[in-house]
Design a protein around this ligand. Structure first.
Ligand SMILES: NC(=O)c1ccc[n+]([C@@H]2O[C@H](COP(=O)([O-])OP(=O)(O)OC[C@H]3O[C@@H](n4cnc5c(N)ncnc54)[C@H](OP(=O)(O)O)[C@@H]3O)[C@@H](O)[C@H]2O)c1
Length: 265
């Protein structure tokens, strides 16, 4: 007959095996890196991936200044805030070097700025704003793609997701009567074009590159606008993650909206 103490030891050993299998399952959960995770859609994505148990490398210009991000990291040990200004090419290289050897399953180029509608009125264009918009929305994502290719290639899922916009769609905008957001619209069209190129450049590494429009989302970006077609950050993040989950290498270089429908170039 087994002694009670042996029973207890067996039970403890069983529990240890269960715990260690849980730990190794946890180890196998994917890693996502998100730019602009301090607020808005980036923060929404960081929250939802954290709740799934993924490792979330939540990058922001000033992580310590985002109370939301600090609270998220305090709640989830799998959230790792990192400093990254996407216009700072040196900072991109530094973070890529710091994360060398860390596979990144999904990298989301989300950080973006509108440049301010007031700076984009034809006849009074503010060309300083053009530089900021292009550096943030076009140059940053391209440099990040280049710097993190090996991290993504070393992962299980191998996905590079770029948050674009229907504002960058020549097919949609040319049919609309309004003319505005010159820099922003040009930046998202440029993002689309550069990522179509990147998709080809990294295809032999098995990396899927998508352009993803998140919908018309209530965030600081759209402050002051209230239209029935607008969706919440939470809804946008949920839908975008579904598109990302289902993305395949055959779709690489394609443009989708948050419902997974093909976007118009
Ligand atoms: N909201 C919409 O309806 C909508 C529609 C289509 C596409 N998008 C795109 O979705 C993305 C996110 O938009 P959102 O609505 O979440 O905007 P948001 O609420 O204004 O958030 C923008 C995020 O980008 C970050 N960011 C700006 N410049 C940065 C830089 N140089 N380096 C690192 N991070 C930087 C901001 O960080 P700080 O806190 O440091 O400023 C913030 O986290 C953008 O690419 C935008 O173009 C939005």
């Amino acid at each position: 007959m087994t002694s009670p103490s042996l029973d207890r030891r067996t039970a403890l050993a069983g529990a240890a095996v269960t715990l260690s299998s849980a730990a190794s399952a946890q180890d196998k959960l994917p890693t996502v890196l998100i730019t602009g995770a301090s607020r808005g859609i980036g923060f929404g994505l960081a929250t939802k991936y954290a709740e799934r148990g993924w490792t979330v490398i939540a990058t922001a210009r000033n992580p310590s200044r985002s109370e939301d991000l600090q609270a998220l990291a305090a709640k989830h040990t799998n959230v790792r805030p990192e400093t990254l200004d996407v216009t700072d090419l040196g900072q991109i290289d530094t973070l890529a070097a710091k994360l060398r050897g860390t596979p990144i399953d999904v990298l989301i180029n989300n950080a973006g700025i509108s440049g301010g509608a007031e700076n984009q009125v034809f006849g009074q264009l503010n060309y300083d704003a053009f530089d900021s918009v292009m550096h943030t929305n076009v140059l940053g994502p391209l440099k990040i793609a280049e710097a993190f290719t090996e991290h993504i290639a070393a992962s299980g899922q191998k996905k590079l997701i770029n948050i674009s916009s229907t504002e960058g769609s020549l097919g949609s905008i040319s049919r609309r009567p309004d003319y505005r957001n010159y820099f922003y619209r040009a930046s998202k069209a440029a993002l689309n074009m550069e990522m179509v190129n990147v998709a080809k450049a990294v295809k032999d590494k098995g990396i899927t590159v998508l352009l993803l429009s998140p919908g018309f989302v209530r965030s600081d970006f759209t402050a002051g606008i209230d239209l029935p077609i607008m969706i919440s950050v939470d809804e946008s993040a949920t839908q975008c993650m579904d598109v990302i989950d289902k993305a395949t290498i055959e779709q690489s270089g394609m443009f989708f909206n948050q419902r997974g429908e093909p976007g118009i170039w």
